[in-house]
Write a protein that binds this ligand. Structure first.
Ligand code: G6P
Length: 500
């Protein structure tokens, strides 16, 4: 259910993100363009605010056009679309178009081949190329130019508003400097904030990036820089101090740069908590708790998620505790991701083989230990798996925050399950009532699974209630409000629910 968002006139939110808040597809046969809303928590929280304050959303459409091709107009939302994104009119979308070669260098090459592994402290996987970087710079400039267009548009519509630019994630770490430079000429007062959705690594790792200084300087053109955890904030401040010799105040989260004071804040993202509770309450039963014990894993297929280690841990559980044979199974739902990148293709093969090996080793006539789904499943169905699983096994090798563990917690509306969580997720910083483990230590994860499967109801209830209280309070509304507050924006009032 979406509530009316009352917003003051003074700020107009301009969101800048690699992807738009919906997916645009072009039917190759009919040429028709369709718009399909995205269900992610970020989009659900941010979209209603953009819609209500007559803001803009700058992003890549996902469709490539040839040099002589006229881009299609952005479609309006379908009249039956009741999601928060539907409130955003086509005129509020500022599409970024880019030729395919340049985009691939930027996205597959620089973002996914270099920055993603490095920021997840997997420097051995990172590949750095000057060509990719040049296109990263160029695409960031493209986004920045479009943002400046959006700034002018919102001011033309209402000269009293202050454009509040909110840039998202590692794909756009340079955009702020071009935005600032270009908008200086217009003499329009603007506020720029940035939020990083992935970890920010420590100095020794970050400085491996050949363009680390450019990235820091790009980010420091923002007034507020948000990260998921205190740890990432400290890493960032440390890098600015050591690489750029900035004066910093670690405890206040302030960096001095070009006579400006930049605020660095921890803003842990949450989920649309109440929506997941509702989904779990309404979802049909897919697992029979009385006869089936399920350990559940859900993620994008990504090497940071520790899928191989996780399968090995489950294998170890069956080796060490044969009493679970024919009693427990591990269900892994893996969503395809970045399928153009070789590393992701290789990982898929490796997982397929390991699933086959474990099933071959332990299966009996009536039971196979691993059920593996490779594909997308609707959120309502996912909610029923969350609700009915006995254990959620969330063991990334490194993860900025991780929302799966939070969604699992929200969906425990009946007999509570147990969360086994990697210490190396941003979520673990607060979710201390989970069974925390190191995904690198296979025995430790196997033992945590055993403990989870044996945990008495009283302990499960106590742990889960306390996790639920925290996640309900720190939901995605709170996150949105924290950002607005850090930006000194009057767009949202405290405790104003954007989505329920
Ligand atoms: C992570 C990143 C996002 C990204 C998402 C999906 O959550 O922080 O920026 O959009 O993964 O990845 P993709 O490359 O498909 O956008």
């Amino acid at each position: 259910k979406e509530e009316n968002v009352e917003v003051a006139e003074q700020d107009a939110l301009i969101v800048v993100s690699n992807r738009l808040p919906f997916i645009i597809t072009k039917n190759p046969l009919t040429g028709d363009v369709e718009r399909k809303s995205s269900a992610g928590g970020l989009v659900t929280a941010v979209a209603p605010v953009v819609a209500q304050c007559k803001g803009k959303w700058v992003g890549w459409t996902g469709v490539f056009y040839g040099p002589n091709e006229e881009p299609d107009p952005i479609p309006e939302a379908d009249i039956n679309d009741k999601t928060p994104t539907a409130g955003i009119k086509a005129e509020q979308i500022v599409p970024v178009y880019c030729d395919e070669k340049r985009f691939k260098n930027y996205y597959d090459g620089c973002c996914n081949g270099g920055l993603w592994p490095l920021f997840h402290s997997m420097q051995d996987r990172a590949v750095f190329s000057d060509d990719h970087w040049q296109d990263y710079v160029a695409v960031n400039e493209l986004f920045a130019e479009k943002t400046v267009e959006a700034i002018r548009n919102v001011r033309e519509a209402n000269s009293n508003v202050t454009p509040l630019i909110w840039i998202h994630d590692s794909q756009l770490m340079l955009a702020a400097s071009t935005i600032r430079e270009l908008s200086k000429k217009d003499d329009i007062p603007i506020k720029i904030g940035f939020f990083l959705h992935i970890p920010f690594p420590p100095f020794d790792i970050f400085s491996i990036c050949p363009w680390s200084k450019d990235i820091l300087c790009g980010l420091l053109e923002c007034g507020v820089i948000g990260f998921h955890t205190e740890g990432y904030c400290l890493n960032f401040i440390d890098c600015c101090h050591r690489q750029l010799s900035c004066r910093v105040d670690r405890s206040a989260g302030i960096i001095e740069y070009k006579d400006r004071h930049i605020r660095v804040r921890a803003m842990p993202i949450g989920i649309p908590y109440d929506r997941f509770v509702q989904l779990a309450e309404e979802a049909p039963r897919v697992i029979k708790r009385t006869t089936e014990t399920v350990i559940l894993g859900v993620e994008r297929l990504d090497y940071t998620k520790g899928l191989i280690h996780r399968l090995q841990a489950f294998e170890k559980l069956l080796e060490d505790h044969p009493e679970y044979i024919e009693k427990v199974y591990f269900m892994q739902i893996t969503v395809p991701s970045r399928t153009n990148v070789q590393e992701y293709q290789d990982l898929k093969q490796e997982i397929d083989q390991l699933v086959g090996k474990i099933n071959g080793k332990f299966s009996t006539a009536n039971w196979s230990p691993v059920r593996y789904i490779y594909g997308c499943i609707p959120q309502s169905e996912l909610a029923s798996y969350y609700r009915d699983a006995s254990v959620a096994l969330v063991t990334p090798l490194r993860d900025g925050m991780n929302l799966v563990c939070k969604e699992f917690v929200a969906c425990q509306t009946g007999d509570p399950g147990v969360l086994v969580l990697s210490r190396f997720t941003g979520a673990a910083e607060l979710m201390q009532e989970a069974l925390l483990c190191s995904p690198y230590k296979i025995e430790e994860v196997a033992e945590a699974l055993h403990k989870a499967l044996q945990m008495p109801l009283e302990e499960r209830t106590m742990r889960m209630q306390s996790l639920q209280r925290r996640e309900k309070k720190n939901d995605v509304n709170t996150w949105m409000y924290m950002f607005m507050q850090a930006m000194e924006s009057n767009l949202l009032k405290p405790d104003q629910k954007i989505i329920t």
